[in-house]
Design a protein around this ligand. Structure first.
Ligand SMILES: *Cc1c(COP(=O)(O)O)cnc(C)c1O
Length: 393
């Protein structure tokens, strides 16, 4: 199935709803049946068929089919958030006494899931520098059931060799989960590399318009049925049909949006790398990135994230820079049509010293999410804001 078919037609059954081109929002919690036999049959097929919207809803089902096709997966489940998708995946794979190996510096709530929530229920974990396959191998124990990856990972964008880690895990009966939000299904296909489960924050590129929080999980039918009959149905973190319809609309331009940021983001990364006030740039596709060969092997193109640190900048100078930007909105998250700036100092108390914590991103890091604007406009804005870093407040 080609990408244009998936985006424009796959999963849509227009003849069933008056030929409407846009998908209907089936705002119904329940579905009725002509007789008891039909009701009984539907009750056993909740994974696929409309019965009760916590299990399946036709608008959400269209989205599930498109996302599964985009990831080359048998099945997909959609959740109320990316965090819910990741939590459901992990919970479905572990029990008390089990052990999880997780990439160092994962998304903050993935860290909290393992370090705080599941630790209370007897699930042990270890965070490792998973860019080094030997560290992953050394962290495995007889109790390890799952390896949680995020490639590229949040904020500093280290990548993991997905095929090598899958090859390490599979013969030992260990499952692998990869958060693919950064690359999007267009730029990386973890399942094709042997990974078992792929999670997305659909809040980011899949929806792409900063108006929905949602998540997705893709994988084999067998694994997703395990997730469905376990945490999916019991925790019930489902998206509403309106949210699903908004994401279906966002997906119409996914290819165009990813093509756009793949063109503009390298220009912005190169501008920052060459600027005398910039100390360091984190960008997966930078020519000097030591992981470049691996990235070329397992990723197709650049997404729109780039992080950097200013030279000799304290928290006040970082704030001056961010406050001076006119074209980047100050906000968390990423992956929308609009460019964003997110300085990590915003998460520290005012006046706190910038101290590097082990296994965390540097506190002076500033992340940009590049939107759909002209790169010239964004570079001019960065230029004028960088000129103000040294100025008196
Ligand atoms: C945002 C994000 C999540 C969480 O997704 P939500 O939709 O905010 O719950 C998970 N992983 C990564 C890499 C993210 O950036």
């Amino acid at each position: 199935m080609d990408l244009d078919w998936i985006i424009n037609h796959h999963g849509e059954e227009r003849q069933r709803y008056f030929g409407a081109v846009a998908p209907p929002v089936l705002q119904s919690s329940i579905f009725t049946f002509p007789d008891v036999a039909a009701m009984r049959a539907a009750a056993t097929r909740e994974f696929d068929a409309p019965f009760y919207t916590r299990g399946s809803n036709p608008t959400v089902h269209m989205l599930r089919q498109k996302l599964a096709a985009l990831e080359g997966a048998e099945e997909c489940l959609v959740f109320a958030s990316g965090a819910a998708a990741i939590a459901a995946a992990v919970i479905a794979c572990v029990a008390a006494g089990d052990h999880v190996v997780c990439v160092q510096k994962p998304y903050s709530w993935t860290r909290a899931l393992l370090a705080d929530l599941l630790a209370r229920f007897g699930v042990a974990h270890r965070f490792v520098d998973a860019s080094d396959i030997a560290e992953v191998a050394a962290a495995l124990t007889p109790q390890t059931r799952l390896i949680v990856l995020e490639s590229p990972n949040s904020l500093t964008f280290e990548v993991q060799d997905l095929a090598a880690i899958a090859a390490l895990a599979r013969p030992r009966g260990i499952l692998t989960l990869c958060d693919n939000s950064h690359a999007s299904p267009l730029n990386q296909s973890p399942l094709a590399l042997g990974i078992d489960l792929v999670a997305h924050s659909a809040t980011k590129y899949l929806n792409g318009h900063s108006d929905v929080v949602a998540g997705a999980l893709c994988g084999s039918r067998a694994l997703l049925e395990r997730v469905f009959h376990g945490p999916f149905m019991t925790l019930g973190a489902i998206p509403g049909p309106h949210d699903a319809a908004l994401i279906l609309r966002g997906l119409r331009t996914l290819k165009l949006r990813m093509q756009r940021v793949a063109e503009t983001t390298p220009r912005i990364a190169a501008f920052l790398a060459a600027h005398p006030r910039v100390a360091r740039v984190w960008y997966p596709h930078a020519p000097e990135n030591p992981q470049r060969a691996l990235i070329a092997r397992q990723m197709r193109a650049s997404s729109g994230l780039v992080s950097f640190a200013l030279k000799d900048a304290d928290a006040a100078a970082i704030a001056r820079f961010c406050d001076a930007l006119q074209r980047f909105l100050l906000a968390v998250s990423w992956g929308g049509y609009e460019s964003l700036v997110c300085p990590l100092v915003a998460f520290l108390p005012a006046g706190a010293p910038l101290i590097q914590q082990p296994g965390r991103a540097p506190p002076e890091l500033i992340r940009l999410s590049i939107g759909l604007e002209d790169s010239d406009v964004l570079i001019a804005d960065l230029q004028q804001a960088l000129a103000q870093v040294g100025a008196a407040p």
